[in-house]
Design a protein around this ligand. Structure first.
Ligand code: FAD
Length: 689
């Protein structure tokens, strides 16, 4: 989808004047996608709406989407934000949900990057985990937003909200209990006592989600024991009704031992790149395919020995539980198993369903009468798992009064038919860490705030991996005795965000320096010395200062070079005292992409001699070898997004900085990307990591 302007994007959320609907009718229900939609919406509101429309904003619904929207509004400086939540807690669906595993990207598997375990969001970020733990992580993020808001801002949170109605003038009436933050402290001491009220808002975000599943005996997010082995002998037969993601995940948990959405991918596909690539291509092409065609494509993959489906099947058969059986009831309009592959379920789940079927792991039925199925297979009523999905329309209509309904009935019908709110990042890079001019949330411009501008998510594990390396290079420089009393070393990794390619500082500065510069800062791929080294794919250093050359002349020419290299406000201007600079790009295995750029500078001149550069190149090469070794399994499943690296700046003539033809840039033997998460080190397969 082409990137939308804020104006075009805002229109897609518009329900009626000043009232926006967040994601309720969209396909691809995931926490991550809803959070991205929330950030997209707030970005477009802040960019498009006049200041007065952002004075007081109400968010209806305290799930992940509503909370993310509220956090983003506060973070960008909206003065008064009010959150209304129907239940007694924020994120009530997933709060305490220990049996569900959630992952930010797995819904898009096998697309590149989909198995990255971190959401990488600028606000309320989280990592794959039990749903209950993800709630805790996100609520910590929410707490931080509340702690950091300015004294001029107010947040009102109402829980246990009953009878909430919005009218066409954006007035809300409700009964609810006001709390502060998460802890539930009350400003006026009457916590728990509901009060009725009404208030007018300049803008309203309706984040009421998708509603509950009306036909289910228990909600998808409630704790249960489907994934656990039976404690009494014998085989228990379940009826799973439906074939959306909720139904399929439950089917897999009942039939596959120790099933988890991301772990199963490692278990079944880790050493089979050919199969993953074939599925990746098939997914890209599968949009317009009918169910039957997709099924035929899966069979084509099955019958081609190069894809190793036989081995996958054997592995899956070994994992089939012997204490359970499942009858899968297909929806009433489906008469044969090959016709259920056009369901809105994720590609991963559809392929696994195919594999499970081929492994004899389920019995499909087109029988519509539940009772007949139960009688035939001896299924007890409490072993029926009905997953027919939620009914978002009723959640939306519930919050709207007659006057508003009369003006937005057609719009609701339209939104219901068409999925149009993108779940890919639309905001511009660095947006969430740059003060908003319009709302003047934070004073801008001082060095400290600049150091945190354009901050992007940096996994702690990546920082932990990079820091000792930067320290080792700094130690080497110090051992030479020529690096002076102010020198520093860090490593920038290449970072892919949407269609952008950036260089992110992946460790704090090692060495001897008091100059600022935090890990996590991201710079354009073509900016500064590191950008020059990354685009030219060559080692860049300062030319030696000739004996007799004046220091001020050298400094002025170096500054001129830096200006030509587009050192923007996102980077700090280079310190006046710097005389030696080195940037060493580490090329990816394909030698087309850059994994990282090591950067070092010093206030002393002539530090980066040929010998020193040669040694640091060797150090980078050895470091690059280790990237793949520590996370071979995960990284092997993931390749760089299909983005061509940005080209070098045109007509660049530098006086002091030189790109070296020799030695050539170091390269990694196998790795494509430098990204480690702590979850990468959690053992998923005996002896695999
Ligand atoms: C069967 C099923 C399986 C799923 N599986 C996954 C999965 O594996 N991974 C994943 O990432 N996502 C999954 N999802 C999606 C996930 O549930 C949502 O993306 C997530 O809950 C965040 O969405 P939300 O905040 O938009 O909605 P919700 O979480 O539904 O939040 C909406 C909130 O609004 C409140 N509310 C509703 N009406 C009102 C009102 N009138 N006044 C005040 N408050 C109101 C509700 O109480 C609720 O707290 C699944 C969904 C379903 C239905």
């Amino acid at each position: 989808m082409p990137k939308l302007s804020p104006k075009a994007l805002l229109r897609r959320f518009m329900l009626s004047n000043n009232i926006y609907l967040l994601g309720s009718f969209e396909a691809g229900l995931t926490i991550y996608k809803q959070q991205v939609r929330a950030l997209n919406l707030v970005w477009s509101m802040i960019e498009v709406l006049p200041h007065r429309k952002l004075e007081r904003v109400a968010v209806i619904g305290g799930g992940f989407a509503g909370l993310t929207a509220a956090a983003a509004l506060l973070h960008k400086g909206v003065k008064h934000v009010t959150v209304f939540e129907k239940c007694a807690a924020l994120c009530p669906l997933q709060d305490g949900s220990d049996t569900r595993w959630v992952h930010p990207g797995i819904y898009d598997w096998p697309e590149e990057g989909s198995n990255m375990p971190a959401a990488g969001l600028p606000l309320l970020n989280w990592k794959a985990g039990r749903a209950s733990d993800v709630v805790v992580e996100v609520l910590h993020g929410w707490d931080r937003i509340l702690e950091n808001k300015s004294p001029r801002q107010t947040v009102s949170i109402f829980l246990n909200v009953k009878h909430l109605r919005i009218d066409r003038t954006a007035e809300v009436e409700w009964v609810g209990e006001q709390v502060v933050g998460l802890t539930g402290e009350m400003p006026s001491g009457n916590r728990g006592v509901p009060s009725g009220n009404k208030s007018k808002f300049e803008s309203i975000i309706l984040a009421v989600g998708f509603g509950l599943e009306p036909t289910a005996r228990f909600s998808y997010w409630r704790n249960e024991q489907l994934g656990q082995p039976e404690l009494v002998p014998g085989r228990r037969t379940y009826l799973v009704s439906g074939h959306g993601d909720g139904a399929l995940v439950d089917l897999f948990r009942i039939r596959i031992a120790r099933f988890r959405q991301d772990r199963i991918l490692v278990d079944l596909f880790a050493d089979n790149t050919k199969l993953v690539n074939a599925l990746r291509e098939l997914k890209r092409a599968s949009g317009p395919m009918s169910s039957k065609q997709l099924y035929a494509e899966f069979e084509r993959i099955q019958s081609n020995p190069t894809f190793g489906f036989k081995k996958l099947l054997e592995n899956l058969q070994k994992r089939l539980r012997t204490d359970t059986a499942v009858v899968l009831q297909m929806s009433p309009n489906v008469d044969a198993f090959r016709n259920i592959f056009r369901t809105p379920a994720s590609f991963q789940n559809r392929f696994l369903l195919f594999a499970l079927y081929k492994a004899g792991g389920l019995i499909p039925t087109a029988q519509k009468q539940e009772k007949l199925i139960c009688d035939q297979y001896g299924i007890a009523e409490h072993d029926i798992v009905k997953r027919h999905g939620p009914k978002p329309r009723s959640a939306v209509e519930d919050a709207i009064d007659g006057s508003l309904m009369s003006v937005c009935r057609l719009r609701i019908a339209y939104l219901e038919r068409r999925s149009s709110q993108p779940s890919t990042i639309c905001w511009s890079g660095g947006y969430w860490h740059t003060p908003s001019k319009k709302l003047d949330a934070n004073p801008a411009g001082d060095d400290r705030s600049k150091a945190t501008w354009r901050r992007e998510y940096l996994p702690q594990a990546t920082e932990t991996f990079v820091t000792p390396f930067a320290a080792a290079v700094a130690g080497y420089l110090e051992s030479l005795g020529s690096a002076g009393s102010d020198f520093r070393v860090t490593l920038h990794r290449t970072l892919y965000i949407g269609s952008e390619v950036l260089l992110q500082q992946a460790s704090r500065y090692a060495g001897r320096t008091s100059r600022l510069g935090n890990a996590g800062r991201a710079l354009g791929f073509r900016n500064g010395t590191i950008g020059h080294a990354a685009t030219a794919q060559k080692i860049v250093r300062t030319r030696p200062k000739a004996a007799g050359q004046s220091d001020s002349g050298y400094r002025i020419r170096l500054r001129r070079d830096m200006q030509k290299l587009n050192l923007t406000q996102h980077a700090q201007p280079m310190a006046q005292a710097v005389r030696s600079i080195l940037a060493v790009p580490i090329l990816a295995a394909n030698r087309k992409h850059v994994i990282a750029v090591l950067y070092a500078d010093s206030t002393r001149s002539n530090v980066f001699t040929d010998r020193c550069v040669g040694a640091i190149k060797q150090m980078c090469e050895r470091f690059a070898e280790q990237i793949e070794k520590v996370t071979a399994l995960r990284v092997g499943n993931f390749s760089v997004p299909p983005l061509d690296p940005p080209k070098p700046l045109r007509g660049l003539k530098l006086e002091i900085l030189q790109a070296l033809d020799k030695p050539s840039a170091p390269h990694a033997p196998t790795a494509h990307y430098l990204n480690l998460e702590f979850t990468d080190f959690v053992s998923v397969k005996e002896g695999a990591i």
